[in-house]
Ligand binder design. Structure first.
Ligand code: FAD
Length: 373
């Protein structure tokens, strides 16, 4: 089989966006994805508007879906205190089922090739990379690591974070609700975690939460945990009384890690969650994954001219830091604050009197609309 310019490992948001960007600029791209599209994923499905100019520039037409436009945030504590806040930039609700499928169709239109298999190994040779699955091997001049939060490849390459404890579980389902506000994303704190609610294009409400494994494992199952822990927050209790589960069952992921990761490893640029996962309460991991695809693609296109891997690696690492490092840091602080009941109550009391402080906090973890040339 012919050698590609680029192999992308992982066809989530980062991988698909990079594949589109590179194919649009004339490169031959092969994407490996272990699951067929469309597919539901554990994710809050609120996307910051910062991605819109970039996705438009790639010809990704979001307007073909009836996307709820979200410009309000409601935050509540486990004791029921609440703050309503305008979202300075705002966002939209979209299911991963539809979003990944939309990008996949765009990539196919641009003649990106797909193989639906799990990558087992990547070997770096002088002038090229060899990527192997269980059945075959493929070569490319460059490889992008877009394999998400936690993958067999993290284990395979013995990445630093993989041996550290990962304390979180993520749960998601869609619910039918008679009158959930279209323009609002809600973030509800409960003992040991927090839960986001927002509408998607399906008109179902995405209910997605992150919980400490330690508190989760005390209960028999997800229903039991929802009943005994989430419902203690009166806002969540009201929601569950009024809503009806639209999925057959909840989706769950374990061992979610927020440890620092390297942005270049095994001579691969790491994109999206493969380079680091921001705390979901910030609501912009997807925007960062898409933005990192832009940064990486631009450097890959520059590499076609200078052909220097050290320059490629250095430039990408610097740009990643410039764009995301401080957002990750603030995300970390806010998560710690939000998980601490007394501090959250205190913060809410101040925030309700000085809403500009809450707005400042939101801005610290969000980017500006991504500039496109
Ligand atoms: C509980 C929770 C809630 C969240 N809520 C939000 C939110 O509301 N808003 C937001 O912006 N962000 C949210 N996020 C973050 C967001 O989901 C991620 O940042 C985003 O999905 C990252 O995209 P990605 O492309 O890096 O990874 P992914 O979308 O996870 O894609 C990685 C892909 O790689 C594939 N893969 C892995 N290993 C291999 C292999 N060996 N071979 C082939 N394929 C492979 C996987 O199948 C997967 O499709 C949330 C995260 C969590 C955990």
């Amino acid at each position: 089989m012919k050698q590609r310019d680029v192999i992308v490992i992982g066809g989530g948001l980062a991988g698909l966006t990079a594949a589109i960007h590179l194919a649009k600029n004339g490169l031959s791209v092969l994407v490996f994805e272990r699951h067929a599209y469309p597919k539901h994923k554990v994710c809050g499905e609120y996307v910051s508007n910062e991605v819109i100019p970039y996705l438009n520039s790639l010809g990704v037409n979001l307007n073909q879906l009836p996307l709820p436009q979200i410009n309000q945030l409601l935050i509540t504590t486990s004791t029921g205190k609440e703050i309503n806040q305008d979202l300075p930039l705002g966002g939209f609700g979209i299911s991963r089922y539809a979003f990944d499928e939309l990008l996949y169709q765009k990539a196919k239109e641009l003649k990106v090739d797909f193989i639906f298999e799990k990558v087992k190994d990547v070997v770096v040779m002088e002038e090229m990379y060899s990527v192997s699955t269980r059945n075959d091997s493929f070569t490319a001049k460059l490889v992008l690591g877009c394999f998400g939060k936690r993958s067999n490849l993290d284990q395979h390459f013995n990445r630093n974070f993989i041996n550290k404890p990962a304390h979180w579980v993520g749960i998601k389902a869609h619910y039918k609700h008679p009158n959930f506000p279209v323009n609002k994303v809600e973030l509800h704190n409960f003992d040991g975690g927090y839960c986001g609610l927002s509408l998607t294009e399906t008109n179902y409400v995405n209910v997605c939460y992150l919980a400490k494994y330690k508190s989760f494992k005390q209960y028999k199952n997800i229903e039991d945990f929802n009943e005994n822990v989430l419902r203690k927050n009166k806002h969540l209790n009201r929601f569950f009384n009024e809503a009806e589960l639209a999925f057959d069952k909840h989706l769950a992921i374990a061992q979610v890690s927020f440890e620092k990761k390297e942005r270049v490893e095994n001579d691969m640029l790491m994109l999206g969650d493969t380079a680091g996962l921001i705390h979901p309460l910030c609501g912009n991991g997807m925007a960062m994954a898409i933005h990192s695809a832009k940064l990486a693609s631009e450097e890959v296109l520059a590499f076609q001219k200078h052909q220097s891997k050290p320059i490629l690696f250095e430039n990408y690492t610097q740009k990643w830091k410039m764009n995301f490092e401080s957002r990750m840091k603030f995300g970390n602080y806010f998560q710690k604050l939000f998980m601490h009941q007394k501090l959250t109550n205190f913060g809410m009391a101040i925030g309700s009197k000085m809403p500009f402080l809450v707005e400042k906090m939101i801005q610290k973890t969000h980017g500006k609309p991504i500039e496109c040339s």
